[in-house]
Design a protein around this ligand. Structure first.
Ligand SMILES: *Cc1c(COP(=O)(O)O)cnc(C)c1O
Length: 457
């Protein structure tokens, strides 16, 4: 067989490109995307048959298997009535440009190889850093997701703590400690495990927030062993923002690295009316936000930003003879700022979309989801038979259907998906079952949400 067959520009390749682009075009411009749902492994095996064969299925059959069997067995997380976990809602420009990133052989790990792409990504990171109130010069890197972003920031934090203690001639602690809320996202605890450090889980207040006095007590008790404090701007479950202002003010009395886990909620800072809730973020040493959640970029994308990027570089630059050309230069290479080396420039779809539509369009879209959240919360507050579990701070509404047990929520939720109407899963708080709407999609309407409530009979 011709070894060039799969790569050379030929009529066969043109046909493949045409059909994939045609599929993508239809999907990107569809007015009504299907919600779809998972199938059991045996069912998928039966329907799809064997797809990896010596001769290949050919483009038409392979695409048909995807379009008619595999794709319908994947939930559309960007569906306007997909309201569970944290959904995604990429803009059309961002989705379309994702194709360009794949098409262009772009390597985003180093300046040498990806200068233009890195330049554009860095402009987006600077823009976000400005929104957070970070000083000029703040920057970082787009990584896969919040989990890798949190881990990379915490590794940099520990490296900084080590240097600080060593320079002061102090002994290093036998165990490093990470202070975070007991309500912090699981990825922070998982980062602590990977780093083999202890987690000091500080209880949140009755309002669900991590408060400064509790953090102060932890800092007093554990002293120099604390290498970082993680505060959350928008918990995944409720969208609760910790007392960032109070926690940041502890920097006046203690020397610690403040990391903001804003994977879901830090996007809210773009809405002028919500901005005040994020006061204190400007004093953080690092912060993350996932554009694949509420910042309208496709999976997968996390912006990791250091107040002083040098702290990230010192912790993360990989050294090897074959990398000397890269690491011995002063160029800004994204791979120096996180635990990954090879990377696609995954910030480019967000860059293209921001460049295309402008920042104001983003502010308006974020504001609209905040307003919708308040409106549906008000509806639930006054609706007989419903109880709002908490006043929403951002765009998550948690509520109970009075008298419902776990099984009632489960039966109802399965029914919604079976009917392909909505994806809203059961949740719980303090041992009581409930459900929640996580709203990030500007296409979600008040009527959508009310219709879902109407099904809770
Ligand atoms: C989603 C989320 C994470 C994890 O981010 P991934 O992109 O899923 O890795 C971390 N923290 C918070 C608050 C989140 O909402």
């Amino acid at each position: 067989m011709d070894p060039m067959r799969m790569h050379a520009s030929t009529p066969e390749q043109a046909a493949i490109v045409d059909s994939v682009l045609d599929y993508s075009r239809r999907r990107m411009l569809a007015k009504d995307v299907p919600l779809d749902k998972p199938l059991a492994p045996a069912e998928l095996r039966r329907l799809a048959g064997r797809t990896i064969t010596d001769e290949g299925l050919g483009n038409n059959r392979a695409l048909a298997v995807f379009e008619h069997i595999l794709a319908p067995a994947c939930l559309t997380a960007s569906h306007p009535r997909y309201l569970s976990f944290i959904p995604t809602a990429p803009t059309t420009a961002a989705i379309a440009f994702d194709l360009v990133v794949s098409a262009s052989g772009l390597y985003g790990g180093s300046w040498l190889e990806g200068a233009g792409a890195v330049h554009a990504e860095n402009e987006v990171l600077s823009f976000l850093a400005g929104e957070f109130g970070f000083p000029q010069g703040a920057g970082g890197v787009f990584v896969q997701g919040g989990t890798i972003g949190n881990l990379s920031a915490l590794v940099a934090a520990r490296d900084a703590a080590k240097r600080r203690l060593s320079e002061a001639g102090k002994a290093l602690p036998s165990r490093w400690k990470l202070v975070c809320s007991a309500e912090a996202h699981s990825s922070n605890k998982s980062a602590a495990k990977v780093m083999d450090v202890d987690t000091i889980a500080v209880p949140a207040g009755a309002d669900g927030k991590l408060h400064a006095d509790a953090v102060r007590a932890a800092l007093e008790e554990h002293g120099d062993a604390v290498f970082a404090v993680v505060a959350t701007t928008g918990s995944t479950n409720f969208g609760i923002i910790d007392d960032i202002k109070g926690i940041a003010a502890l920097k006046d009395d203690f020397d610690f690295w403040l990391h903001i886990d804003g994977a879901y909620g830090l996007t809210g800072i773009l809405a002028p009316e919500a901005r005040h809730q994020f006061s204190g973020v400007e004093r953080a040493d690092s912060a993350i936000v996932d554009p694949h959640k509420w910042l309208f970029a496709p999976y997968d994308c996390c912006a990791l930003i250091y107040r002083d990027p040098e702290t990230g570089r010192r912790a993360h630059t990989q050294h090897a003879e074959y990398l000397d050309t890269l690491t011995e230069s002063d160029d800004y290479s994204p791979s120096d700022y996180s635990i990954q080396l090879t990377r696609r420039p995954r910030g480019l779809p967000l860059w293209y979309s921001l460049a295309t539509y402008g920042v104001q369009a983003y502010r308006d879209a974020v504001s609209s989801t905040l307003q919708l959240t308040q409106r549906i919360a008000e509806e639930i507050r006054h609706r007989p038979g419903f109880t709002l579990v908490r006043d929403p701070q951002l765009s998550v509404v948690v509520f109970e259907r009075d008298g419902w047990e776990r099984e009632d929520y489960a039966r109802w939720s399965d029914g919604l998906l079976d009917e392909q109407f909505a994806f809203v899963v059961p949740s719980s708080h303090g041992g009581r079952p409930n459900t929640r709407f996580a709203i990030v999609n500007p296409l979600t309407t008040f009527e959508d949400l009310v219709q879902i409530l109407d099904t809770m009979k």
